[in-house]
Design a protein around this ligand. Structure first.
Ligand code: BF8
Ligand code: SF4
Length: 626
C-alpha cells in the first residue's frame, strides 16, 4: 500500500505528481482518494474466500479456522477461490475476445456492405492466410479476407471438439501436445467462456483442479484465439506496426490546440478519430474558434495502438486518465470499452471537458452519447471531433495547467518489425541468447494499480532486468510507463549490462521493446513460438519469463494464465485473491509447472522478483546447455 499518500508516494512520475497536486488544490476527487476511503479493504475478498454466486449467500470462509469452513451449500474455500478465479479469467478472455470479434466484424461489414475499413496490409493478410492454410495464389485480397473472416468467426462458433483454428495454426506441435495431453486445448472461444460460467454457477464443478484446468483452457482461447485474432485483423485493417518514434506523457497535451484524448481499446474507433482530426474543414473550424489546430492523442491501450501504427502521442496509462482532464485543457475525452473509470464524468464536471461514450456496450451516465456504427464510421468520427472543436471556446484559460513532462519513445516492435530489424530471421537474437550476451527475455504486461505507486514496479523491474542482460518485451500500461520514463530510447541501452548494451547498440534499438496494447500480448506468444520452433524445443524450455508487476484487471489475470499455459513462469507484483485456498495456490504456483511447464510466482518487491526471474532464466539456460 502507498506509504505516506503524498503525490510522490502515489506516482514516480513528475508530471503525474504535478497533476495530483493540482487536483488536491482544487478539491477534485481522484482514484487515490477513493482507494483511501475504501480502507481497510475486506480481508475475505482479498483472500478470495467470499462467494456471492447464489442468493443463499453471501458466504465466507473463516481463514483462521475459528468460523465457518463451508458456505451454505457446502462449498469449501478451495471451491470458492477456484470459482472466483475462473470467473475472472472468463471475464478477461471475454473482454479481449469480444474486441477481436468486433475487428473481424468490421472487416466482414467492409467485404459485404462496403463499410469504410479497407484492407491496408495485404502482405499481412497473405501471411495470416498462409498460416491458416488459406490459398493465396492468384486470389484477390477480398477473397482471401472472406475466408479468413469465416475461419475467425468459426473459432467463435464451431461446435466440434477440435482445437480452435487460430491456436492450431499459430502454436507449435510441442505446445499443442501439452495442451491436448492436459485436456486444455480450447474448442471455441465463446464456448470456453460460457462453460467457465456454467461450471462455476451454483452446484456444478467443485473440484479446484478441474476448475483451474478449465480456467487455463479459457485463457488459451484468449491468448492464442481472441487476442491473437484482434492483433492479426487489426494489422490487416490498419497496418502492421513498424519501428517509429512517438511521445508519451501528459505533456503531449497542447495549450493552444483543441485537445482530444482517445481512450479505451478498440482501434476500429480510434483510427477513424485520428483521421477526422486531420480533416482540413475541422482544423479550419478549430482555428475559427481561436485554436491553432487539433491535437488528438491516445490514452491506455487504444493510445498504444495509435502510437505503434502512427506515432500518435500518448497522454498516459490507466492511472493518468483522470489527470489528463485535470489539466483543464481537454476539450473531449472519447471512450469506447475497458479500463475507463466511471469517475471521468465527475472529474470532467469540474472543467469544460466532454466525455463522449461511443460503444453500444458501454454507456457512462452523464456523458455525451455518440454511438459508433462501422457503416457510418467516418461521419460519426467527424461528428465527435466537431463536438470537441466546438467546445474549445468553453475552456477556462485560468484553469489550464499542462505539465511539461513528456518523453520521446521508439515503438512499433511487431514481430514483423523485429524480424525486419534483424534481417529477416530471429537468428541474430537467438545467437545473442546462445552466446550469453543476452541471458534471456522477459515479457512484461500491463496495468497500473492504485495500490501500487504508479509506474514504480514497471520501471524498477525493467531497470533491474536490463542491468542483468535480459531483453524486455512488453505491452499495455507497462509500455506507456517505459515510454514516459525514456526507456524506449536507444540511448537507454547505456543502463543495460554489457552484453545487452552491445546488441542494442549494434541494432540501434532500446533495451526494452514496445510490442503494443494488451491484446498484442499475442505478439509475444508468436515471438516465443518462433524461437521455440527455430531451436527445436518447447516454449517452456526457453530462457523466458513473464511479469505483470502492477496487475489490476481481470484481463491481466487472463493474460498471466495464458502465459503460464504457454509454458512461461509468470510473476505477479500484487497478491491475487486466491491465497485463501492452499490447494489453488499450490496448483498455480507449483503444480502447474509440472503440468503445463509454467507457473505463477508472486512477489510485490520488484528487485526480489527480478532476482527470481533471473535465476529462472539461468536455470533454463543450464538445462539447454547454453
Ligand atoms: O488492456 S494494461 S490497465 S489499459 S488491462 Fe487496462 Fe491493464 Fe492498462 Fe489496456 Ni491492459
Ligand atoms: Fe454460498 Fe454456495 Fe451460494 Fe456460494 S454458491 S453463495 S457458497 S450457498
Amino acid at each position: 500500500m502507498l506509504k505516506g499518500w503524498k503525490p510522490e508516494d502515489k506516482s514516480i512520475d513528475k508530471a503525474t505528481q504535478e497533476m495530483i497536486r493540482k487536483a488536491e488544490k482544487e478539491g477534485i476527487e481522484t482514484i487515490w482518494d477513493r482507494l483511501k476511503a475504501q480502507l481497510p479493504q475486506c480481508g475475505y475478498g482479498q483472500l478470495g474466500v467470499c462467494c456471492r454466486i447464489c442468493m443463499q449467500g453471501p458466504c465466507r470462509i473463516d481463514p483462521f479456522g475459528n468460523g465457518p469452513q463451508k458456505g451454505v451449500c457446502g462449498a469449501t474455500a478451495e471451491t470458492i477461490v477456484a470459482r472466483n478465479l475462473v470467473r475472472a479469467i472468463a471475464a478477461g478472455a471475454a473482454g479481449h475476445s469480444d474486441h477481436g470479434r468486433h475487428v473481424v466484424l468490421a472487416l466482414k461489414e467492409t467485404l459485404e456492405h462496403g463499410a469504410p475499413y479497407p484492407i491496408k496490409d495485404e502482405k499481412k493478410l497473405k501471411d495470416v492466410a498462409k498460416k491458416l492454410g488459406v490459398p493465396v495464389e492468384g486470389r484477390k485480397a477480398e477473397e482471401i479476407a472472406k475466408d479468413l473472416v469465416e475461419i475467425a468467426l468459426g473459432d467463435f462458433s464451431k461446435q466440434d471438439e477440435e482445437i480452435i483454428k487460430f491456436a492450431d495454426a499459430y502454436a507449435n506441435e510441442k505446445r499443442k501436445e501439452v495442451w491436448k495431453k492436459t485436456g486444455v486445448a480450447p474448442r471455441n472461444i465463446d464456448r470456453e467462456i460460457v462453460e467457465a460460467m456454467h461450471r462455476t454457477t451454483m452446484g456444478v464443478d467443485h473440484d479446484p483442479l478441474s476448475l483451474v484446468a478449465h480456467g487455463i483452457k479459457t485463457s488459451i482461447a484468449d491468448g492464442w484465439g481472441g487476442s491473437l485474432i484482434a492483433t492479426e485483423f487489426q494489422d490487416i485493417l490498419f497496418g502492421t506496426p513498424k519501428i517509429g518514434k512517438g511521445e508519451a506523457n501528459l505533456g503531449v497535451l497542447k495549450e493552444d490546440y483543441v485537445n482530444i484524448v482517445i481512450h479505451g481499446h478498440e482501434p476500429v474507433l480510434s483510427e477513424k478519430i485520428i483521421e477526422a482530426a486531420q480533416d482540413p474543414e475541422l482544423i479550419e473550424l478549430a482555428k475559427k474558434y481561436g485554436a491553432k489546430g487539433i491535437n488528438a492523442v491516445g490514452m491506455c491501450c487504444t493510445g498504444l495502438e495509435l502510437l505503434m501504427r502512427h506515432g500518435t502521442p500518448i497522454a498516459g496509462n490507466y492511472l493518468q486518465q483522470e489527470l489528463a482532464i485535470v489539466t483543464g485543457a481537454v476539450e473531449a475525452m472519447v471512450v469506447d470499452v475497458q479500463c475507463i473509470m466511471p469517475s471521468l464524468v465527475d472529474v470532467a464536471r469540474c472543467f469544460h471537458t466532454k466525455i463522449i461514450d461511443t460503444s453500444s456496450l458501454a454507456t457512462f451516465p452523464g456523458a455525451v452519447h455518440v454511438k459508433f456504427d462501422e457503416m457510418r464510421a467516418d461521419e460519426i468520427a467527424r461528428e465527435i471531433v466537431r463536438i470537441a472543436v466546438e467546445n474549445f471556446p468553453n475552456r477556462n484559460k485560468d484553469k489550464v495547467q499542462i505539465p511539461k513532462g513528456k518523453s520521446e519513445a521508439i515503438g512499433g516492435f511487431s514481430v514483423e518489425a523485429i524480424l525486419e530489424a534483424l534481417g529477416g530471421t530471429l537468428k541474430p537474437l537467438e545467437e545473442a541468447i546462445i552466446s550469453g550476451k543476452i541471458r534471456g527475455v522477459v515479457g512484461i504486461v500491463g496495468c497500473n494499480n492504485a495500490k501500487i505507486r504508479h509506474n514504480h514496479n514497471h520501471i524498477v523491474l525493467t531497470d533491474e532486468l536490463i542491468k542483468n542482460d535480459i531483453l524486455i518485451i512488453g505491452t499495455g500500461c507497462w509500455a506507456t510507463a517505459c515510454a514516459e520514463h525514456g526507456i524506449f530510447l536507444p540511448e537507454y541501452a547505456e543502463k543495460a549490462g554489457e552484453g545487452l548494451k552491445s546488441v542494442c547498440k549494434a541494432l540501434g534499438i532500446p533495451p526494452a521493446l514496445n510490442m503494443g496494447s494488451c491484446v498484442d500480448c499475442s505478439r509475444m506468444l508468436v515471438l516465443a513460438d518462433l524461437m521455440a520452433r527455430d531451436l527445436g524445443v518447447d516454449i517452456s524450455d526457453l530462457p523466458l519469463a513473464g511479469s505483470a508487476p502492477e496487475a489490476m484487471t481481470e484481463k491481466a489475470v487472463c493474460i498471466g494464465t495464458y502465459f503460464v499455459a504457454s509454458g512461461i513462469l509468470t510473476h505477479l507484483g500484487i497478491v491475487p485473491p486466491t491465497v485463501g485456498s492452499v490447494e489453488v495456490t499450490k496448483l498455480l504456483t507449483k503444480d502447474a509447472m509440472n503440468i503445463v511447464g509454467g507457473a505463477f510466482y508472486v512477489e510485490p518487491d520488484p528487485i526480489k522478483a527480478a532476482k527470481t526471474l533471473i535465476d529462472h532464466i539461468e536455470s533454463k539456460r543450464k538445462a539447454l546447455g547454453i
